[in-house]
Design a protein around this ligand. Sequence first.
Ligand SMILES: [Zn+2]
Length: 362
Amino acid sequence: MNKILGYIIVCIGFFSNFIEAQNISFEDYNPTSTLVVPGKKIIQAKFPFIDIHGHQYRMANQDLTPVIEAMDTLNMRIMVNLSGRSGDNLIKSVQNIKDHYPNRFVVFANINFDGVGKENWTKNSVQQLKEDINNGARGLKIYKSLGLRNKDITGNRIQIDDPRLDPIWNLCGEMGVPVLIHTADPKLFWDDFNGDNERWLELKTHPRRKRNADNPVPWQQLIDEQHNMFKKHPNTTFINAHMGWYANDLKKLGALLDEMPNMNVEIGAIIAELGRQPRFSKAFFIKYQDRILFGKDSWKPKEFPTYFRVLESDDEYFPYHKKYHAFWAMYGLDLPDVVLKKVYYKNALRLVPGLDKSLFPN
Ligand SMILES: [Zn+2]
């Protein structure tokens, strides 16, 4: 009798495991790859590099030593902190850098778009930015709130190509500092939320990222406004963050780079797009080697090795660190050293004034 009971319990156990396995969700299905191929993690970049898209939000008072320690582990020689703000805060950040690590950080200034439409808003903002640059800002960073959220005093959305902002872009051109601009979000956030949407998992886990097709305007309109603004200011250098959300269509991005010689791109948060098309990406990087900069965006030192491995190695089918960006595996681009050096530091040294070139090899 006990034998039969034992058998029944084993059977129940087996079936409940089986039923549990049958009900695993897409989020939980993360099988260990059985593929055995050469290759390994790359903890440190092959060449010293500049992160053109960094964020340190408290640089005015923060102890920079832990950041430097992590940067050294990665071989990051200079971090461009895009969150430099303006006025006093910017002065204090520049001072903190000067006092502790004078050649390892630079800051970009930011613009406060509150009050667009007020008399003298443009004049005052240009004046403030000029002061910020004279106080040590090496560029201007524009957040995606321009185009998505910022409104003028009458409550209308401020278009990215709004003529009231023209003097700001002109000033950057005149003073020889680049504008790094992040516009919109991946187009899929505007698209239907269903099983066809490649960002389904991201929209499921981050539902606030989902937008209606025309909220606040269609995706394409934001992108067109940005490009129109670039074209209106041919003497200003722009760095389009996140490859302008065209990393999944490099042919189109190439055409845009051909059309707008003052536009450059950085690769923050879109490395998973590049790592799924290694041959096409490699050809793109070789063709546009003078226009692409290394950027990461969020400061998570553990995520950098994926970038190094995609750019440097010829490894096959290795994991990416965020399933909601990529449920696919990565392949290395195996970029030649001359291209790697440009992406890692030479292009940034050319576009951002006053960086310490002696920190980098020829
Ligand atoms: Zn950013």
